[in-house]
Design a protein around this ligand. Structure first.
Ligand SMILES: *Cc1c(COP(=O)(O)O)cnc(C)c1O
Length: 389
């Protein structure tokens, strides 16, 4: 298979198993496997990442998912987990020790920020949060005990970019590991490992599985790092179910087509919205008006299916628009076949004030639009009608 390198083909063939004649991958819904002899059993226990021993250690359906994502990201190895947060927390618990320091972005997935700000300090790990659009801020935040830099680009929900090559360059010079959340971009649009990152992760729940019916995560990179994370994983136990791994595999077969279509539709919606008089601001890296569009062109092949925007009428107008839209469903996820829309500030309205949200960089009236696979003309017509209301 080594001579086939295009993503579409790898997504279909990178997990091929010569000994298996079933065209669709078998679903191994089992926890333990049997051994023929005591010696074989002892060997299964000793081999790292054995696929046929006990499910917390591995599973053949999970292994096929790992092969596909490793190939898509250009990684030596991958480890699938029960959720995106499972991949993040297991990796960080594996790579960090008390006394270590982390540099991370202020604009980042809420669960990652919670882990770094609320949980990691209890284990003696400190984090400095910085503005990802300021590359020098990463350098200024580095300390002698900085062990890891965590990035997410484009970030959610503001679609801000991190200069991946610049950050990995400064990290490498200092022996610091870099860890990238590539959920929003997907490997169709961006491959952080090619830009020097040590580890890349995904919430497989989102665009990789793509149908809003799977909860799973994955971390990919150098085989020695992934094996180290796997050792922690066997005691944390954030294990993906074989059924979710199987559904994720099915979703991944069409990732290329889905992500490209979402790229195209999102660019069209961003263009339409930025010309509409009721819209105050549109965040989408594919727009020439995006302050980091040049960087986006340099490190991305497409700009993804996620955009956000603000209306001149503020949060009240945003709520009216969301209520008037017929196609996108009000929901907090992204990357599925149906378009989803949400006002992120509304999700935290019970916990945070408008001022606290502004501090976290989430404008009160911001609308996040996660593009699905509906026809672009129907989505634009829906928005047009909703904005007129
Ligand atoms: C959803 C998401 C996560 C967490 O993934 P789960 O599968 O929900 O645990 C992490 N990072 C980003 C960018 C996400 O969108």
């Amino acid at each position: 298979m080594d001579h086939f390198t295009s993503l579409e083909t790898l997504l279909l063939h990178a997990d091929a198993d010569e000994a298996e004649s079933a065209i669709a991958p078998p679903l191994y819904q089992t926890v333990p496997f049997s051994a023929a002899t005591a010696e074989e059993f002892a060997e299964m226990n000793a081999v790292a990442r054995h696929e046929r021993y006990y499910r917390r250690y591995g599973n053949p359906t999970q292994a096929r998912l790992e092969k596909i994502v490793a190939a898509a990201e250009g990684a030596e190895a991958a480890l699938a987990t029960a959720s995106g947060m499972g991949a993040i927390s297991t990796s960080l618990l594996s790579l960090l020790s008390g006394g270590d320091h982390v540099v991370a972005q202020r604009s980042m997935y809420g669960g990652t920020l919670s882990f770094l700000q609320d949980m990691a300090p209890r284990f003696g790990v400190e984090t400095t949060l910085i503005d990802q659009t300021d590359t020098e801020a990463f350098e200024r935040a580095v300390r002698p005990n900085t062990r890891l830099i965590m990035i997410e680009t484009p970030s959610n929900p503001l679609l801000r970019l991190t200069d991946v090559a610049a950050v990995t360059g400064l990290a490498r010079d200092r022996g610091i590991l870099t860890f990238a959340d590539n959920t929003v971009a997907t490997p169709v649009n961006q491959r952080p490992l090619d830009l020097g990152v040590d580890l890349v992760m995904h919430s497989v729940t989102k665009t990789l599985s793509g149908h809003s019916d799977v909860l799973a995560g994955i971390v990919a990179g150098r085989a020695d790092l992934v094996e180290r994370i796997w050792r922690t994983h066997t005691v944390i136990g954030s294990v993906v179910s074989p059924h979710d791994a199987w559904l994720a595999l099915r979703g991944l077969r069409t990732l290329g087509m889905r992500a490209e279509r979402q790229n195209r539709t999102a660019l069209a919606l961003a263009g339409f919205l930025s010309e509409h008089p009721a819209v105050a601001r549109v965040n989408y890296p594919g727009l020439e008006a995006h302050p980091q569009h040049e960087l986006a062109k340099r490190q991305m092949r497409g700009y993804g299916g996620l955009l956000s925007f603000e209306l001149r009428g503020g949060h009240a107008a945003a709520e009216r628009l969301i209520a008037a839209l017929e196609l996108p469903v009000l929901s907090p996820s992204l990357g599925g076949v149906r378009s989803l829309v949400v006002r992120p500030a509304a999700m935290w309205a019970q916990e945070l004030t408008e001022e606290q949200l502004a501090e976290a960089g989430v404008p009160f009236g911001l609308i996040r639009f996660a593009v699905g696979l509906e026809h672009e003309a129907d989505l634009i017509a829906d928005l047009e009608k909703g904005l007129a209301a």
